[in-house]
Design a protein around this ligand. Structure first.
Ligand code: FAQ
Length: 346
């Protein structure tokens, strides 16, 4: 059931300070508790809107920046089939970014503004994409572990209280599932290959294991948004709960591959029915978030360059749209396009 009944209240009600935190907010929370979806035109507390813009835009940026570590391997994939699969996967990630920017736009923020924040280095994106991919096995490890962690985190987001985000996640999760399998397939081939290939798989697991656990965010005690986001049913599980699910799910997969999780303290706790892992280096996580990870600068430079190099495509799209609309704008837009083109190829 959707909360269209709130439509009539609209955004203007925010001006009524007496209402905020009072009846409106109670009614809003009651809808959430009843598992209704909140839609763009519904009344929502400002903090709910801000939290969604923050989370969804960070998620969108992650998908876009996340194209880079694997994109690096498209020209070097070991066969034509692997190349075609990798191109499709990287293209899917770009599509995920596009749906998520659209979902954020329903909250009143333009995509241009969000992309600007990313390019200026003001916006966060997932820590995981600041690590390098030195071998083909890293492509396998990303699919297996990073997409695996993404699925664990994102399946519950299909039940997020905000309708446009929840609906975008349905298709994204289906595609991530294909990505995870292609990554595991690469790892399986390598781990059943020559000793050198098996070692390559092991080294990639060593590089990606701990950063994958960090993807789920800080421990619950340090998660500043966690409690409120759970109350608003944006998040359905805490960071630590999802991290634990990921560990329980993934360790047997590593065993099947015959490679070792790089954690000497990893053990099975039969009473709890969970694997217990060793301490995570949260200092490393903080450093990556501050921009000091191994590839932070490289990733932002690559995005800025791509944005500049794609300017003529955006100009062309604007010129074409103006021409089709039959307005007076096309000549000006075409002149701009020609000028940019000349500058670029001068
Ligand atoms: N990296 O209070 P919490 C993918 C920040 S998509 C960087 O716990 P929250 C697909 C957090 O933003 C991967 N920053 O925050 C793919 C906050 O900072 P702020 C992305 C992080 O939001 C695969 C502060 O720490 N997925 O992989 C990280 O309640 C392969 C405090 O944290 C999503 O974005 C981090 N890992 O929970 C693409 C899923 N963790 O904003 C290509 C949606 C935390 O106050 C190839 N997002 N921070 O300055 C979420 O589920 C949540 O936002 C969490 C964090 C769980 C990530």
């Amino acid at each position: 059931m959707y909360t269209q009944g709130l439509d009539s209240l609209g955004k203007d009600c925010l001006r009524d300070e007496a209402q905020v935190g009072g009846a409106l907010e109670r009614r809003f929370q009651a809808h959430i508790d009843a598992e209704d979806k909140i839609e763009p035109k519904d009344w929502m507390p400002d903090a709910y809107r801000r939290t969604l813009v923050r989370q969804i835009s960070q998620h969108a940026h992650s998908e876009i920046v996340g194209m880079l570590p694997e994109g690096n391997w498209i020209t070097r994939a070991p066969s034509l089939l692997r190349k075609a699969i990798l191109i499709a996967k990287v293209q899917d990630e770009g599509g995920h970014g596009a749906y998520l920017y659209s979902a954020t736009e329903t909250l009143g923020v333009s995509r241009d503004e969000l992309v600007g924040q990313l390019l200026e280095g003001k916006a966060k994106y997932s820590s995981i994409f600041n690590y390098p991919t030195p071998t083909w096995a890293d492509v396998g490890a990303i699919g297996w572990l990073v997409d695996g962690a993404a699925i664990m985190n994102q399946i519950p987001l299909c039940r997020c209280s905000y309708g446009p985000y929840a609906r975008a996640m349905v298709r994204i999760c289906k595609e991530e599932s294909f990505h995870q399998r292609q990554g595991y397939d690469i790892m399986l081939r390598l781990s059943r290959g020559t000793p050198a290939q098996k070692d390559m798989a092991q080294q990639a697991l060593n590089r990606w294991w701990w950063p994958s656990l960090m993807m789920f965010g800080p421990p619950d005690a340090d998660s500043k948004h966690g409690v409120q986001s759970m109350r608003w049913k944006i998040k359905r599980f805490t960071n630590d709960e999802l991290r634990q699910k990921f560990v329980d799910f993934t360790v047997p997969q590593a065993e099947f591959l015959g490679i070792r999780v790089p954690d000497p303290q990893l053990s099975w706790d039969p009473a709890a029915g969970h694997y217990r892992h060793g301490p995570i280096d949260w200092n490393e996580f903080e450093q990556v978030l501050k921009g000091n990870g191994p590839c932070n600068r490289e990733r932002l430079e690559a995005r800025r360059r791509a944005h500049e190099e794609g300017r003529w495509v955006r100009d062309a799209a604007v010129a074409w749209a103006a021409k089709r609309a039959g307005s007076a704008a096309p000549r000006a837009a075409l002149t701009l396009l020609r000028r940019n083109h000349e500058r670029r190829y001068a």
